[in-house]
Write a protein that binds this ligand. Structure first.
Ligand code: SF4
Length: 327
């Protein structure tokens, strides 16, 4: 699952929340790799552990009650789990940045957008205020906002424009990795497409790697090179975009595709996956998907499935593939 070109390698990452009601097992031994310039889509339903994974990489898990209880997050050769808080602050400002679903959580309502972009530039480069302002204006233009709007405040922008400002801020420090958590979910559909196209264009221009968190397989198809399907804190299927879209293996991934409306499909009704994601404080024994799986057998209810490499780089965690191919 790894090569030397990887910018980010996650190994056996395990994150739990210790609450009065028990241990919430949010992330349970996941492995992921992102090469330089590559985009990985982390896909799953609400509560799958996607955002906890992102916060774990950034070392922003609220502690208590959260704790990274095991694993490694190797970024550019350094294990972030072992870094001091001071070094992590440096990484967060310089090496990676995060785009959240709601742009207002990232923007300061009392500062102009220009000041917010310039602030990041000045933290990163030792430049004068005037130079930082000039670069901030360039960044605004880059994300499709006229530079004349540099002295306006966040509330003067629409939702899509605000998210463009957030993207400008995220790119201003020229990070190697962007973690984008449902960056277009809060936007109208047409604006979503524009923001996605912009992210894709900028990613190519700057060669930035990206971890894109989403529940939307359509978004993944637009922009990702690799896909990880997450469920109950585990990665159930992992591979290239082609592996996942043309050779889908895991019953859960098949279920996700079955829930998608298709213009080409003659099938009138969608077939959503029945049931709900299990409570992470009370995960079922065996395969976490077994209560909802149409293909489960007795073994699935007692034994955790191994992570099987069905073709090079395509991993599936399901007993149907215990022998390397669908049984
Ligand atoms: Fe279904 Fe069993 Fe595979 Fe889990 S291991 S996805 S329950 S067939």
């Amino acid at each position: 699952m790894s090569n030397n070109e990887n910018l980010l390698s996650i190994r056996d990452l395990t994150i739990h929340y210790f609450t009065d009601d028990g241990v919430v097992k949010a992330v349970n031994g996941i492995n992921l790799d992102i090469a330089r310039g590559e985009t990985l889509g982390l896909v799953g339903e609400t509560g799958a552990g996607k955002t906890t994974t992102a916060l774990g990489i950034m070392r922003l898990i609220p502690d208590p009650p959260g704790k990274i209880v095991g694993g490694e997050v190797i970024f550019d050769g350094t294990d972030l789990i072992k870094e001091s808080e001071k070094k992590m602050r440096h990484h967060r400002g310089f090496d990676f940045s995060m785009i959240f679903q709601d742009p207002m959580t990232s923007l300061n309502p009392v500062l102009t957008v220009g000041d917010q972009i310039a602030e990041v530039i000045r933290l990163h480069d030792k430049v004068s205020r005037a130079e930082a302002n000039k670069k901030a204006a360039d960044m605004l233009e880059l994300v499709g906002i006229p530079a004349e709007r540099i002295n306006e405040y966040p509330h003067q922008f629409s939702g899509g424009m605000k998210q463009r400002v957030v993207i400008a801020i995220a790119l201003a420090c020229n990070p190697q990795l962007i973690i984008a958590d449902e960056p277009t979910t809060a936007l109208d559909v047409t604006i979503q497409a524009q923001v996605l196209a912009l992210m894709s264009e900028l990613r190519e221009k700057f060669g930035t790697a990206m971890l894109l968190i989403t529940h939307d397989l359509g978004v993944v198809a637009e922009i990702c090179d690799k896909v990880a399907i997450m469920y109950a804190g585990q990665i159930l299927e992992y591979g290239t975009l082609e592996d996942i879209y043309n050779n889908v293996c895991h019953p859960y991934t098949k279920g996700l595709f079955g829930s998608l409306p298709s213009l080409n499909s003659r099938v009138k009704r969608l077939s959503p996956i029945s049931g709900l994601m299990p409570d992470p404080a009370n995960l079922p024994e065996g395969c976490p998907f077994h209560p909802r799986c149409p293909q489960k057998c007795e073994k699935c209810t007692v034994k955790e499935p191994p992570n099987v490499e069905v073709t090079p780089g395509h991993f599936v965690r399901c007993h149907l593939f215990d022998n390397g191919k669908e049984g």
